[in-house]
Design a protein around this ligand. Structure first.
Ligand code: SF4
Length: 109
């Protein structure tokens, strides 16, 4: 008959090994650079007037837009940029262009 304490220790060791192997992989999977870029044709992006280049925003449609506003200086960005792309709270799982803009732009404090 097996000693339950021995099984627990073995299970614990196995779990530890599994965690040691998979934790770094999970971290890599979450790297921002792996995320797809937001498409301007995404329905939410369209609704918010998102453009990869703030200079191309439809000023007539979004009169509050200012040329100096972009994703890089928006309060809703998250983490560090990966090249020209960065994560945004409004578009989880996607990356927006640091020079982009949408109607959700919020001034950084
Ligand atoms: Fe860019 Fe801010 Fe709009 Fe996100 S909320 S897409 S960071 S302007």
């Amino acid at each position: 008959m097996r000693d339950p304490n021995t099984l627990n220790r073995r299970g614990f060791v196995k779990l530890g090994v599994a965690f040691a192997v998979t934790a770094p992989l999970a971290g890599q999977a979450a790297l921002a650079s792996d995320l797809p870029h937001l498409s301007e044709d995404d329905p939410t992006a369209k609704a918010l007037g998102y453009k990869h280049d703030t200079a191309t925003v439809d000023q007539a449609k979004f009169p509050n837009h200012k040329p100096e506003q972009n994703c890089a200086n928006c309060k809703l960005v998250q983490g560090e940029a990966s090249g020209d792309w960065i994560r945004c709270q409004l578009f989880p799982g996607k990356m927006v262009n640091t020079n982009g803009w949408c109607a959700g732009w919020v001034k950084q404090a």
